[in-house]
Design a protein around this ligand. Structure first.
Ligand code: NOJ
Length: 504
């Protein structure tokens, strides 16, 4: 693979706790992931991105990191992680890990020391008086310690924020990067990448943060082909692409696309804006439909309001899951055809819906507890994957997965879909294979096929047409290579995407 493999890569997101359980304790782990590497190879992805795998009290699903240089014992060992990296590389699959630089864990050695030694507090945000900031998960962003001081946590109280004005924090993370690059990881996904610096009045997107990523880029470049991917939620695309200047991050998640409603004009606007803002910095766009923080697309696209917003997750709003499923298939082929890199969140390839009826007492997302139940949180998109069989736990491993799976998932297991040529799994497999040959990085030209239609041609000659209008539309001339659903007498039905090659 070339040094620019990441520009058009298809990257599969593994939420380790819920991927596959190798030792039967109900929690996914490295043994489970290693055993399923052939499945990922068959799927046709180029890289795996793993959510945090470090030792953690799991106050926020591992985003509360106690030790950045080791592996959570529930997931396995450092030696196993090294084996996993080697095995993935043997299959020509790159490995991307999550780095969490905005905050730590109250269980980390630095924070424990800060609690007992007031002179060791400068690596965090300790103050005599809190300000009025609220935590992103709800409730105050400050917690008081027994001696009267307060520390800042933009997320849960178990996640104290680092003070990036302290040079030791820089040194620590640069060393952590080298530690994992030396172990062979091919890239890092940077959590909450725009939040690192704080002023007296603001904590989002302060200019100083860019110097951190310039320093990190120099380290990544020393290693040759390692990449930095930013989790940057910013409403302003111009500010967003500043993170992608040639001496900063390689790519960042495109949350505008993920949040966009299933609407032709809005999708066209977001795609155009993405392409025009990325072009001047030379960074490839990314196309993301889901991840471990957002409502699954099948459920989202079946609702009256198909947009995603953190503030209004629309939990429990009626959803026509058949419609949502059809649209999720169409959206998958649309996303795969766009120029740049693509992210697939585990279970997306199985067409899993959001699980909205989890018993409240089993919910683990701190968003739920911190909002006094007002926000159900993100557990519904984190339910363990169904692999095989007719009954829960559907081959996940062990009798009791950490979150229960719905009985109705018997139709959605990887095993059931494997045998069904029309399944979502086989759509993803075929789509990803063709994408490798005909799509990926590059540019597109729009084709004018009417208001309710998104149609474009890629330089390989592949044409992608998505019908978001109310009725069937005639297809442009070409040979159909793949379609997200059946045709209607040769026309393209609503909520369907087709790929065509131009006739020679
Ligand atoms: C973004 C992660 O994706 C999310 O899961 C986490 O809760 C927050 N950052 C805090 O680390």
């Amino acid at each position: 693979m070339s040094h620019t493999w990441w520009r058009g890569a298809a990257i599969y997101q593994v939420y380790l706790r819920s991927f596959a359980d190798g030792n039967g304790d109900g929690v996914g782990d490295l043994a489970g992931l290693r055993a399923r590497l052939p499945y990922l190879k068959d799927l046709g992805i180029d890289a795996i991105w793993l959510n945090p795998w470090y030792p953690s009290p799991m106050a926020d699903g591992g985003y509360d990191v106690a030790d950045y240089r080791d592996i959570e014992p529930v997931f396995g060992t450092l030696a196993e992680a090294e084996k996993f990296i080697a095995e993935a590389h043997e299959l020509d699959i790159k490995v991307i890990i999550d780095v969490v630089p905005n905050h730590s864990s109250t269980a980390s050695a630095w924070f424990r020391r800060a609690l007992t030694d007031r002179t060791a507090r400068d690596r965090f945000w300790f103050r005599d008086e809190p300000n009025d900031w609220q935590s992103i998960f709800g409730g105050p962003a400050w917690t008081q310690v027994p001696d009267g001081q307060w520390y800042l946590h933009l997320f849960a109280p178990e996640q104290p924020d680092f003070n990036w004005a302290n040079e030791e924090v820089h040194q620590e993370f640069e060393d952590v990067l080298r530690f994992w690059f030396d172990k062979g990881v091919d890239g890092v996904r940077i959590d909450s990448a725009a939040l690192l610096f704080k002023s007296a009045t603001a904590y989002e997107d302060l200019d100083e943060v860019h110097d951190v990523y310039r320093r990190w880029r120099r380290i990544a470049d020393e290693y040759g082909d390692r990449i930095l991917i930013g989790e940057v939620w910013l409403p302003d695309q111009e500010r967003f692409t500043r993170y992608l200047r040639p001496d900063e991050l390689h790519t960042a998640f495109n949350f505008d696309f993920l949040s966009c409603p299933w609407d032709p004009a809005e999708l066209r606007r977001v795609i155009d804006l993405t392409l025009t803002t990325h072009a001047p910095v030379g960074a490839p766009p990314t196309w993301v439909l889901s991840n471990h923080d957002v409502t699954r697309p099948v459920t989202r696209y079946g609702r009256a309001d198909t947009a995603f917003a953190h503030g209004g997750r629309l939990h429990g709003a009626p959803s026509d899951l058949e419609l949502g499923y059809r649209r999720a298939r169409a959206a998958a082929l649309l996303a795969m055809a766009l120029p740049g890199s693509l992210y697939v969140y585990q279970g997306e390839e199985l067409g899993l819906p959001e699980v909205e009826d989890l018993p409240d007492e089993l919910r683990q997302d701190p968003m739920y507890a911190r909002s006094q139940g007002a926000n159900p949180g993100r557990d519904g998109c984190r339910v363990p994957l169904p692999w095989a069989g007719e009954e829960p736990p559907f081959g996940f491993g062990g009798p009791h997965p950490w979150l229960p799976q719905p009985e109705s998932w018997r139709k959605l297991t990887a095993e059931a879909q494997q045998a069904d040529l029309g399944s979502m799994l086989n759509l993803y497999r075929t789509g990803l294979r063709l994408r490798r040959e005909l799509l990926g990085d590059g540019s597109l030209s729009w084709l004018p096929l009417g208001d309710g239609v998104l149609a474009f041609i890629r330089s390989s000659g592949l044409i992608c047409v998505t019908n978001l209008g109310p009725g069937p539309i005639p297809l442009p001339p070409g040979r159909t290579v793949l379609a997200s659903g059946p045709m209607a007498d040769g026309d393209l039905p609503p909520d369907t995407t087709v790929w065509l090659t131009s006739l020679e």
